[in-house]
Each structure stands twice: as structure tokens, then as C-alpha cells.
Design a protein around this ligand. Structure first.
Ligand SMILES: [Zn+2]
Ligand SMILES: [Zn+2]
Length: 167
């Protein structure tokens, strides 16, 4: 990979960082996951694991555990798919940027919706997802976790400063 200037992320790192940001909205204390669906560098939908609209959050009322999994929330991938669906967005051919490798059910849903590429930086214990992705010909990319910082350098890059200089 070429050396980067000014902490400028690659496209994959950029969208993974957006997925990390989406995960901040998660409401289940057992896991925070974010998912961003991207086509031609265009964000089509985002999601995080959270309760159904209007329903209580795990953070407030506790998890709903079945077979050692919390089932109160929809997973990030499903919520991203639902967001695309409710806005009439076709996600055929997209890349899914996910903070954690999908569970089997989310992998199947993403495959059925036509995603072509998955980019993650973390593993998940449920390995059937990987097999489903391989069988479906979905490209899988595992990257190192992008930096957790947002390099918002107001001092050096603010438009206010440029305007002042140019005058
Ligand atoms: Zn929960
Ligand atoms: Zn899932």
C-alpha cells in the first residue's frame, strides 16, 4: 500500500470508519456493530444493531437472550438492508463494510440482496457466514482496523483560516 499523506484514509478505510461511526448508535451492550452499504463510492444505506422502531433498547431493559444470543435487536446488516428497502434503494452489486464479520443469517440476507463484496476488520465466531459468502462468489476483504481517531484538524484546515489568509 502506498504511503499516505496527512492521515488520508483509503476508500476502504474511509467506509470502514463510517461503519465504526454507525456502530456508536448500537443499543445492545453485548456487541456494537455498524454496517455501511456502498456502490461506486456512494453510500446507499447504513445500519447498526438496534431494537425495532419504538421498542425498548437492551441498554434500558436488558438483553433478550435465546441460546446465548441476544435476539432483541436486528443486526446492523439487516437494519442497513431495511433502510435501503424502505427508501426504495436497490443494493445489487454493493460492497458491505461491516465492523464485524456477519452472522450466518445476515450473510444470507446480504447475498440474497445481491452484494458482491464484504470488507471487515474483525472476525465473528459463526463461520458459516464465510462459507456462504465463498459459495456465493462474494469477495471477502479483511483489513486492519482503521485508526479510531477522527483527524478533524480545525486549526490547519479550516476554511475560515484560508479566507483570512487570502485577504
Ligand atoms: Zn442485547
Ligand atoms: Zn447478523
Amino acid at each position: 500500500m502506498a504511503k499516505k499523506k496527512n492521515n488520508r484514509p483509503t476508500w476502504d478505510e474511509y467506509f470502514l470508519k463510517l461503519a465504526m461511526l454507525a456502530s456508536e448508535r448500537a443499543t445492545c451492550p453485548r456487541m456494537h456493530v455498524g454496517c455501511v452499504l456502498v456502490k461506486n463510492k456512494f453510500v446507499l444505506a447504513t445500519g447498526y444493531n438496534g431494537s425495532l422502531p419504538g421498542q425498548p433498547h437492551c441498554d434500558d431493559v436488558g438483553c433478550l437472550i435465546v441460546d446465548n444470543h441476544c435476539v432483541r435487536t436486528n443486526h446492523a446488516e439487516i437494519n442497513a438492508l431495511v433502510q435501503a428497502t424502505t427508501h426504495g434503494v436497490n443494493i445489487m452489486g454493493t460492497t458491505a463494510y461491516i465492523t464485524n464479520m456477519s452472522c450466518t443469517n445476515c450473510a444470507k440476507a446480504l447475498i440474497a440482496a445481491g452484494i458482491k463484496r464484504v470488507v471487515v476488520f474483525s472476525d465473528y465466531h459463526d463461520t458459516l457466514a464465510t462459507q456462504f459468502y465463498i459459495d456465493a462468489g462474494v469477495e471477502m476483504v479483511k483489513l486492519n482496523m482503521p485508526g479510531k481517531e477522527i483527524h478533524y484538524d480545525l486549526k490547519n484546515y479550516s476554511s475560515a483560516k484560508r479566507t483570512k489568509k487570502s485577504r
